[in-house]
Design a protein around this ligand. Structure first.
Ligand code: FE2
Length: 455
């Protein structure tokens, strides 16, 4: 038996060099494949397409995302059924998420102008020879004498329970506009903002066809709401804005200023309050109120609720209702200017309130409470179906609670005309069954309709 002999290393042969080279190339190919898979196959491919109203029925805002910069972001469009021979240039913003990966999204925005109201348009977005699939939207009707159909909900999350039914309704053209009342993806910033991408792609079949109007919720707070602000294109960058649709003036606010002022500044509460008062004053001018008598607000956290989770709305002196140190409370402001309806979410439940002000009912008995209501009506519709499931109810609740349910679902609203507004609650758990409905009839709008003296 001979002992093993240790051979000194020989210089690398051509084949060795070739092996190293092939290993490097394989690594690069694998890295590239991962990179493209991560970025959605092609980083120039438009995705996360959404529409937004500007308040002008001859306009439509189109927003989309790519993961590499597009040189000429463009929307090609034309009236439905015609070749896409018009195009509109847009802007591109580089958005760097605040997560540790600092992922970069390129946000593209194009405002289409000069459109005909009440007209269907085909469009696609992109540029540099890479385009989205074609979508169709319908512009809003002009004027006040028509009946907007609106979906209302909050707190949906990714794979939300209501997503499938809402998508079917969107494809059937059942809504003119969507109002998503805060709390979108749980959370948009999670997993280095990939959850935001997932959510925006999941709502694309809805939001690329129907204007998707929003307000921020507490799940959008990360990095000073940067995912929320970048991914949507509302009429204002301030997280509060108003716009008109048919016989209604809709006001969207941030209730989150009242809860994150230590992180992001208390001046936002005062700024929003001042803007709100000016906006309400204008909307309540005789000539404006005659045209658009319904004033509807949307904000994430309610003033009242009967849930058992200890949230702000369960407190007698909720911050949203009475303000911070009794300053900037919204209930008095909304009462003073005769806000008709307040739409809220945050509680993962559905709750309809009788007309109420300052924790007082204004009519007894309560039959016909919604015919010429003597105080504002509140609806909480936060049960679209996020991963946090339901917020249970307290067994005892205030006399202002008219109906409540823990079914997953969303609200349909139709503003029939200047005097009649209808809402119904869809239960996804019960296959789309209507579990609650209400007609609000108002022959007089504005603070003159109220009967409880202001405190
Ligand atoms: Fe919330």
């Amino acid at each position: 038996m001979t002992a093993c002999q240790f051979k000194p290393a020989s210089p690398m042969s051509f084949l060795d060099y070739l092996a190293v080279l092939l290993t490097c190339i394989t690594g690069l190919v694998l890295f590239g494949a991962f990179y493209f898979l991560e970025l959605g196959l092609n980083p120039f491919q438009p995705e996360q397409i959404s529409l937004a109203c500007t308040g002008d029925p001859t306009e439509m805002m189109v927003t989309w995302v790519t993961f590499s910069p597009t040189v000429n972001p463009t929307v090609e469009y034309n009236v439905h059924g015609e070749p896409l021979r018009f195009n509109a240039a847009g802007t591109m913003t580089k958005f760097k998420d605040g997560g540790w990966l600092h992922r970069v999204l390129y946000i593209h925005r194009t405002k289409l102008t000069g459109l005909k109201p009440d007209q269907s348009y085909d469009y696609r977005c992109g540029g540099d020879d890479l385009w989205s699939e074609m979508y169709t939207f319908k512009t809003l009707r002009s004027g006040e004498d028509w009946s907007p159909r609106i979906a209302l909900y909050g707190d949906m999350g990714t794979d939300g329970q209501s997503l499938s039914l809402l998508t079917s309704e969107a494809l059937n053209g059942n809504f003119d506009v969507i109002l998503h009342v805060g709390d979108f993806a749980y959370n948009m910033d999670s997993d280095n903002a990939r959850i935001g991408d997932k959510f925006m792609n999941q709502i694309q079949p809805i939001a690329a066809r129907i204007p998707y109007m929003t307000c921020p919720g507490n799940h959008e707070t990360a990095y000073n709401f940067s995912n929320y602000k970048n991914r949507f294109s509302m009429p204002s960058d301030d997280m509060f804005y108003s716009w008109n649709i048919g016989p209604a003036h809709i006001i969207s606010i941030s209730t989150e200023f009242y809860f994150f002022y230590r992180e992001y500044g208390s001046e936002q509460i005062a700024n929003q309050y001042k803007w709100l008062e000016a906006d309400l004053k204008e909307a309540t001018k005789k000539s404006n109120r005659a045209k658009r008598p319904w004033i509807i607000t949307m904000g994430h956290r309610p003033m009242y609720c009967s849930n058992a989770d200890g949230d702000d709305c369960t407190q007698n002196e909720s911050k949203v209702r009475t303000g911070l140190n009794s300053k900037y409370g919204l209930e008095d402001l909304f009462y003073k200017y005769g806000v008709d309806l307040m739409v809220w979410a945050h509680e993962h439940s559905y709750e309809r309130l009788y007309p109420v002000y300052n924790r007082k009912l204004c009519r007894s008995p309560l039959e016909n409470a919604y015919i010429n209501p003597c105080a504002p009506v509140h609806i909480i519709t936060g049960s679209a179906g996020c991963k946090e499931h339901h917020d249970a109810f307290k067994p005892k609740y205030g006399p202002w609670t008219a109906y409540r349910a823990l079914d997953y679902g969303y609200t349909r609203m139709k503003i029939h005309n200047k005097t009649h507004l209808y809402m119904e609650q869809v239960s996804v758990d019960k296959g789309g069954k209507i579990i609650d409905n209400v007609w609000i009839t108002k022959h007089h709008h504005g603070p003159g309709a109220w009967i409880i003296p202001m405190k």
